[in-house]
Design a protein around this ligand. Structure first.
Ligand SMILES: Cc1cc2nc3c(=O)[nH]c(=O)nc-3n(C[C@H](O)[C@H](O)[C@H](O)COP(=O)(O)O)c2cc1C
Length: 212
């Protein structure tokens, strides 16, 4: 199979947010899609390792903020490259409001938000797919929605030419850089079930940046 065929599928990008007790959190996802109109339902599939996934599983509620082309990399850094397990992602972040369900949504550089209630979930092994009804939502701007392709072409910083004398591998999904010199282990020597620490995709989604 030519794995590149999968990269032809188009995706949007979203901040998926939840609230549990007094804890607000969210992560970047590209897997939200409307699946029915009557009732209005959508699905979102998220890795079980994401802190947000557990919060949604336990509370049954989430918001989706639809990221627009106006967004820069800082939104992805905040919500996609660190975990709410370790940091408070809302710390110092002013671009949010609370919707009626009590959960934060992103007001800047997002063109809409949706408030959802989980009605079903499917265990997909590495991920949980939540099926949810859309209870509420609003349009925030007329900026076009950002696609995954737009993110890769215009937003994600290009890997810099590395001064590393070791080989450098880059995750084709999220852009995480694995520098063999820094990590101390050759990429091929990592266990077969090793996954990207950021997006949790497998080793097969990495490519070698500096062939030697
Ligand atoms: C561009 C981009 C797309 C991502 N897409 C997904 C996705 O579709 N599903 C997923 O589970 N994680 C995805 N991630 C990774 C999570 O956003 C990331 O692991 C996050 O730090 C999890 O935060 P949490 O532990 O606070 O939930 C993506 C990250 C980026 C930067």
């Amino acid at each position: 199979m030519n794995k590149n065929s999968l990269y032809s599928i188009s995706y949007g990008l979203f901040v998926l947010s939840a609230r549990e007790g007094e804890k607000d959190n969210g992560c970047i996802t590209n897997t939200a899609i409307q699946v029915t109109s009557e009732p209005t339902q959508l699905t979102v599939a998220v890795n079980k390792g994401n802190y947000t996934t557990g919060m949604i599983d336990r509370t049954g509620k989430f918001n989706l903020s639809v990221i627009s082309e106006a967004s820069d990399f800082s939104l992805f850094e905040r919500f996609g490259f660190q975990s709410g397990r370790d940091v408070d992602k809302s710390d110092g972040f002013q671009d949010v409001k609370r919707s009626e369900n009590g959960i934060l949504y992103v007001t800047q550089n997002c063109n809409a938000y949706l408030s959802c209630t989980v009605v079903n979930k499917i265990d997909l092994g590495t991920h949980i797919m939540f099926v949810a009804t859309v209870d509420d939502g609003d349009v925030l701007s007329r900026e076009p929605s950002m696609t995954y392709a737009y993110y890769f072409a215009n937003v994600k910083p290009k890997p810099k030419p590395t001064a590393s004398s070791g080989r450098v591998w880059v995750c084709r999904i999220c852009g995480f850089v694995y520098d063999e010199e820094k990590e101390g282990t050759p990429f091929e020597a990592l266990p077969a079930d090793w996954v990207c620490p950021i997006c949790k995709h497998p080793k097969s989604d990495f490519e070698l940046m500096n062939k030697q």
